[in-house]
Design a protein around this ligand. Sequence first.
Ligand SMILES: [Zn+2]
Length: 478
Amino acid sequence: MKFLFLAFIALSAHAATPVSSSSEIAPYGDTADLGCFDAAYAKQLGVKYGVDWSSFEDGMQLCDNSKQGKMMLNILVMIDKGKIGPTKKHGFDHQFFTGDYIKYFRDRIKTIQVDTECGVDWAVACVVNQEPTMHVEAPLFDNETLAFQLTTLIHEARHVDGYLHVACETGPYAGVDGTCDSSYNEAGSYAVEVEYETRIALNGVNFNPMFKTFARLEAADEVESSFVDKPSAGSPLLVLVDKADSHLAELSADGKKLVEHAQTVVPPGSNIVDRAKGANVILADRAAAPLYLDYYSFTLFPQAPMYGVIGSTMRDFTAKWTPAKRADFVDMLNDISGRGYQIRAFKSGLEASKGADQAPSVRLPEATEPKSLDNVLPCLLNGKMQTGYFLRMASNHIYKVQISGTDDPMTLAKQSCVYPADIDRVVKYKTQLVALTIDGQLQVIGADGKRTPFLAADYAARRFSAVVGAKRYDELMQ
Ligand SMILES: [Zn+2]
């Protein structure tokens, strides 16, 4: 099983490899894989990239991966030794940049220093007025992947060429200055960063497979949230769990053929929750830590190494939620309108979060327990699909969940539509409303409300135990 194989990789990550001028970077998937630096090599890297160690908390650090000074060395060894093979125009590689990344960075950034010059608490780094100083902020060292930390160097170097940000128009940073680029084609900091990440993922010569995965997920995240005009809408994807042996399958982009991932098996009884960059696989034992599914490699990862890409919610699941809270957990849902909220249903209540902010939780509307959270209603109203947040109770009553801000409690509005008792889940696939029945069949709900088999006749005998509507960027695949 792929999961066990990768669990082994993640565990072996704790045997950190020492770093010297002769080391290769292939063993390094993420920060924990980098061991102590040889002092002479560390000094040499600092001089080469203009690091002002006096600005780092505790200065240069050779061994301790919790220290800023060590994390900076980890970043520098990756840019210094990372090799990217020949590239051509493909996907998000627009050939904006065709030279050597080390030279590109060093020609523009002469000093790297830690300070608070960026002026906002969410920035990881900035360049001020095209000056050749990369100001590094504390959040760069807070739960970010090594791949993200590395590609931030190229992002900042691009600012020295005069590329500036604008305010995002959607997403969690809507209206906040300096959070988006207008478009991909203007080739600004985000575009050049995404191109770099795409190349690491697709053309990287000596990068660890896990590091490449992280680079690709960071690219997907930036494509999703860092451009006013998004360079791609992504391709819809349906991910299915086979009822017989719990292996995963995906529905091809034409909606006709199932692609089987026979080696990727989830524990029986798992539910899959879509997130912007992949899915959380919630186990039947709700108290157990969920797994993470990468839609690109169809690989299951343990959660902990993925914290940098999956955000605070799932970090909280294992780190901050008590065993009782985990056991009480039923389902969660991400905001499909991209405002950055997440709603979670517990047997005892409902709560929402945005980033680290907790919105007040609300009491359940009925004495019955919640069964699931859904993004689409199982019934068409006036022939149209309804999207939003919907809470399904065990009684099959449905409540629309509305949330206006982190300071306001959510409100619940009972819907006239009742969840058909024979349907387990409904998901949106392209413009269709697809239902998974309790007995494992996939049906499409027509404009007249009638249900017909969703898959081609060849698959009439197939049964599934879970389904999730997802999105993937073809541009990040070979
Ligand atoms: Zn920037």
